[in-house]
Design a protein around this ligand. Structure first.
Ligand code: GLN
Length: 231
């Protein structure tokens, strides 16, 4: 069978506000690079999807408790996660990034000493912040949504936040009054996850569909739609 998931239906968990990968359009529809890629792959491979906007950590937990079949949420493929999940081929190279208000005196990670940094529960960014907080002398506070991290920084309660580089860069490009602090740190490319040993046909279908979209130009079109020419 050259379309291994043909006729199947999958429930896919995703993040809530993680533009440009998943966010709500003005009409309330889930849009973004992940959402468009998923729908295009599903169409190419003849399967259907129901998307659930849960939040990153909640989506991962929903997968582990089998309330969803897969997660597509800008999820970094990491060695630790590969012990419990099977991942598709990578579809986007990412990294993690600190950001602070444009007007703030924080210009480099050394300036975070004694300050508080907002992180997102269960993410590669949170792991990275934890791995350098001793060195730079800051504390962390965890939130479940990107929007809550940004609000905490805007309110002045945290001096900076950590999120995926393309998400921070996109928000600044869209006019958020933030600036990048420190260098982008590597955090693994994004893949679609299923529970280990389950749904190999979904992984296979996603990989085939992704290869088709890369070959027929749709992959580039979707990236360009959200990122412009630099996509
Ligand atoms: N890429 C990061 C991770 O996988 C963050 C994902 C997200 O916040 N949606 O941990």
């Amino acid at each position: 069978n050259n379309k291994p998931a043909q006729g199947k239906h999958y429930v896919v968990g995703t993040d809530t506000t993680f533009a440009p990968f998943e966010f709500r359009s003005e009409s309330g529809e889930m849009v973004g690079i992940d959402m468009d890629l998923l729908r295009a792959v599903a169409k190419d491979q003849g399967f259907s999807v129901e998307i659930r906007s849960l939040g990153f950590d909640a989506a991962v937990q929903a997968l582990q408790s089998k309330q969803v079949d897969a997660v597509m949420a800008g999820m970094s493929i990491t060695d630790a996660r590969k012990k419990v999940f099977d991942f598709s081929d990578a579809y986007y190279d990412s990294g993690v990034q600190f950001a602070a208000p444009k007007a703030s005196s924080v210009a480099k990670l050394e300036d975070l000493r004694g300050k508080r940094v907002a992180v997102k529960t269960g993410t590669a960014g949170a792991d990275y912040a934890d791995s350098v907080k001793g060195q730079y002398g800051f504390t962390t506070v965890a939130f479940s949504q990107t929007a809550d991290m940004v609000n905490d920084v805007t309110a002045g309660s945290s001096a900076a936040y950590v999120d995926d580089y393309p998400v921070v860069a996109y928000s600044i490009q869209q006019g958020a009054p933030m600036k990048l602090v420190g260098d982008k740190a590597p955090a693994g490319s994004y893949g679609v996850a299923v529970n280990k040993g389950t749904d190999p046909e979904l992984i296979e279908a996603f990989n085939q569909g992704l290869a088709n979209l890369r070959a027929n130009g749709q992959y580039d079109q979707i990236l360009a739609k959200y990122l412009g020419a630099q996509g």
